[in-house]
Design a protein around this ligand. Structure first.
Ligand SMILES: Nc1ncnc2c1ncn2[C@@H]1O[C@H](COP(=O)(O)OP(=O)(O)O)[C@@H](O)[C@H]1O
Ligand SMILES: O=C(O)[C@H](O)[C@@H](O)[C@H](O)[C@H](O)COP(=O)(O)O
Length: 244
């Protein structure tokens, strides 16, 4: 799990509002599931396949959250809200950066990147256990603990994570039985998330299977199979052809 620093803030002259219009097909892909499902493994592989950057969501947790989880204490909604908001904002920063790069390359007809499959958007791993958390990641909902009165809202609108239609969000949900998860977590040495936390994660999980924009892959599949199913599902949902 190598740290992935979020990109620097977007260039002032690019409004997030313009990203989906000028860079169609740009998307935010969340690889989700409880601890130990293989989010980091699949996230890395999928991002490589789609020529997108990958960000390890665990690296965006505030230190206090990591300390809490390391001590075997499950996080609360309030603990997770700023983290979820940061994940959404990070995805939006990537989208804006890619827009800036695209504009820089516009005149370069030989640009090799333009010929690659995908390449527009970002893949981030995140447990995303509840629907309400996923709505924050979709940019549809502001975390309750971060709600401000209109007078207090000094953040420029393009930095606020409230643009669901500007950066479409899709989830790849890794689903599978507790027994295998427990086994994998027990065999994973040195990770701050101990196997004893698994049951709390499973209790908190609200399955996303009936929600829009969700592809389900099985825990028991190989990473290669998961990538294939994810690509097919994402192509169908988004209309972007990742299969070629
Ligand atoms: N498709 C898979 N098949 C078998 N083992 C896997 C698969 N994906 C991941 N693993 C293993 O499961 C463990 C947890 O994977 P990891 O990617 O760290 O999960 P998460 O990020 O969800 O906690 C690791 O030891 C990893 O090598
Ligand atoms: O929402 C949470 O309680 C945590 O974010 C948790 O779900 C997450 O999964 C941890 O970061 C563990 O790390 P792994 O997911 O890498 O096991």
């Amino acid at each position: 799990m190598s740290p992935t620093p979020p990109p620097s803030l977007p260039a002032q002259n690019v409004e997030l509002q313009t990203v989906s219009r000028l860079n169609p097909g740009c998307m935010f892909i969340v690889v989700m599931g409880v601890s130990g499902t293989g989010k980091s493994t699949l996230g890395n592989a999928l991002a490589k396949e789609l020529n997108m950057p990958y960000v390890e969501g665990d690296d965006l947790h505030p230190r206090a959250n990591v300390e809490k989880m390391s001590a075997g204490i499950p996080l609360t909604d309030e603990d997770r809200e700023p983290w979820l908001e940061l994940i959404r904002t990070t995805a939006e920063h990537y989208a804006v950066e890619q827009q800036v790069e695209k504009e820089g390359n516009e005149t370069d007809t030989q640009d090799e990147n333009a010929k690659k499959v995908g390449g527009k958007g970002v893949v981030i791993s995140c447990s995303a256990l509840k629907k309400y958390y996923r709505d924050i990641l979709r940019g549809r909902r502001k975390p309750a603990s971060l709600e401000k009165s209109p007078e207090e809202q000094t953040v420029p609108s393009h930095l606020e994570p409230s643009h669901p239609d500007i950066l479409p969000t899709y989830f790849v949900f890794i689903n599978g039985p507790r027994k295998i998860l427990l086994d994998r977590m027990q065999k994973r040495p040195g990770h701050f998330m101990k196997a004893s936390m698994l049951d709390s994660q499973l209790r908190t999980l609200e399955s996303p299977e009936d929600e829009e924009g969700v592809v389900v892959v099985e825990l028991t599949q190989t990473t290669e199979e998961q990538v294939r199913v994810a690509k097919e599902g994402l192509s169908k949902l988004s209309g972007v052809d990742f299969r070629s």
